[in-house]
Design a protein around this ligand. Structure first.
Ligand SMILES: [Zn+2]
Length: 405
């Protein structure tokens, strides 16, 4: 293989002048230092004597140009191609930090980050990454970063393929948690792709309901069980803190019964042994004189049991009665509020029993992966590439042949 390395590059392999088509001549050799793969556990540098070529024809206005060879390094990259692919694999596939990889290559954080972005963008934006048929699409808000002196939280919306019978896949992340971000994203997809989506999976939030209403009016909407149970746990916690305050006049301290019971309350009962159960009931007896926390705890458990039902008609009847029961005037206000939410989201909650899609365990893996990428990102485009490389299931088989951007 002829390469423009060294001084004896064959004249035949030299490019022709782009302007007049005549042969070119070597004008100069510039030594370009590139970060290369680590060697024997130490950072390495590759020095490339890059030819500067010119056209010898005095009548041609071509001037001079640099002889690029993407097999060695892509133009303007500070790293060799093999090191760039290795770094992208380490960060994108294995989830290592940029700082770690930069240390191993002996180069700057920005050098590695820029490289990962340019190789990663090509892989992530490959049109085949998103399946031709997505039956169920999930939307979920994710904390992206904290900004400014007051650490204001900024959110993104994760768009996830939650089609049944295959692992969930993060398709994209868009700015904010309003309806417009995911609506625009869905509307930008081909009509035929949108038409295949039968279910939209969402948390109990109005904006995503609006997204599905506007962009996928024919798809059924499914309330994600994880969020329904999370709400029940949240109401239980609110109730516990209120009763704590009303009975003792202060926020929970470490010896207060309702403070000590807080973890046991939100734990699934199948994970509590006999000793734990005795402790839980004892602490509730001591700290919950009117039985309100106990009521909220019971409500949470009944809400969880919605997902033990595998018959759609039975589930509808069960949720309908439960929503009415929880709103009874004798119940604590937190439980009544939970009942109202169940009533308001009745269709979406019971649709789960028809669709059997959820952002469930497979999505938990995605969330874990997203969290592992961590905060600290200031730029959404950078975050997007990093998180999609790690959690968006790009086709890494294509990786050796992609051209970085
Ligand atoms: Zn020329």
């Amino acid at each position: 293989m002829n390469t423009p390395l060294g001084n004896n590059a064959n004249v035949d392999t030299r490019p022709w002048c782009h302007r007049c088509g005549g042969p070119s001549r070597v004008k100069d050799r510039d030594a370009v230092v590139l970060a290369d793969l680590p060697c024997f556990g130490r950072p390495a540098r590759l020095v490339w004597q890059k030819f500067r070529l010119c056209c010898p024809d005095g009548d041609c206005e071509m001037g001079s140009w640099t002889w690029e060879d993407p097999r060695i390094a892509v133009a303007r990259q500070a790293m060799t191609d093999r090191a760039g692919r290795w770094a992208t694999w380490q960060v994108g596939r294995l989830g290592r930090t940029v700082a770690e990889v930069a240390r191993e290559l002996g180069c700057d954080w920005h050098t590695v980050n820029d490289t990962v972005l340019s190789y990663g963008t090509a892989l992530v934006d490959h049109p085949d990454r998103i399946a031709a048929v997505v039956e169920a699409l999930g939307l979920d808000e994710t904390l992206f970063c904290r900004r400014g002196e007051r650490h204001r939280q900024e959110f993104v919306t994760s768009i996830v393929d939650v089609s049944p019978n295959r692992p969930a896949q993060l398709l994209d992340v868009v700015a904010g948690r309003a309806a417009s971000g995911p609506t625009d994203w869905i509307n930008a997809r081909p009509e035929s792709w949108r038409a295949q989506i039968r279910w939209g999976v969402l948390d109990l939030s109005g904006p995503y309901r609006k997204t599905f209403d506007d962009a996928l009016p024919d798809a059924g909407q499914v309330a994600d069980p994880f969020h329904v149970i999370k709400l029940a746990n949240h109401k239980l916690d609110e109730c516990r803190r209120r009763v704590q305050n009303e009975t003792l006049g202060h926020r929970g301290r470490k010896d207060d019964p309702l403070y000590r019971v807080r973890r046991l309350l939100t734990k699934a009962p199948e994970r509590i042994d006999e000793k734990g159960e005795a402790k839980l009931l004892g602490l509730l007896d001591a700290g919950d004189p009117k039985g309100e926390v106990r009521d909220a705890w019971h409500a949470k458990e009944v809400v969880r049991s919605i997902y033990d039902i595998d018959d759609a008609a039975l589930a509808e009847q069960f949720v309908c009665e439960l929503a009415i029961d929880l709103q009874h005037e004798d119940r604590p206000i937190e439980v009544r509020s939970l009942g109202r939410t169940l009533a308001r989201w009745f269709d979406e909650i019971t649709n789960w029993h028809k669709a059997f899609v959820s952002n469930g365990p497979t999505e938990a893996i995605i969330i874990e992966r997203i969290k592992r990428i961590g905060f600290g990102f200031r730029s959404l485009p950078h975050y997007r590439i990093r998180v999609l490389l790690y959690a968006g299931r790009p086709n890494w088989d294509l990786f050796p042949t992609i051209t970085p951007r």
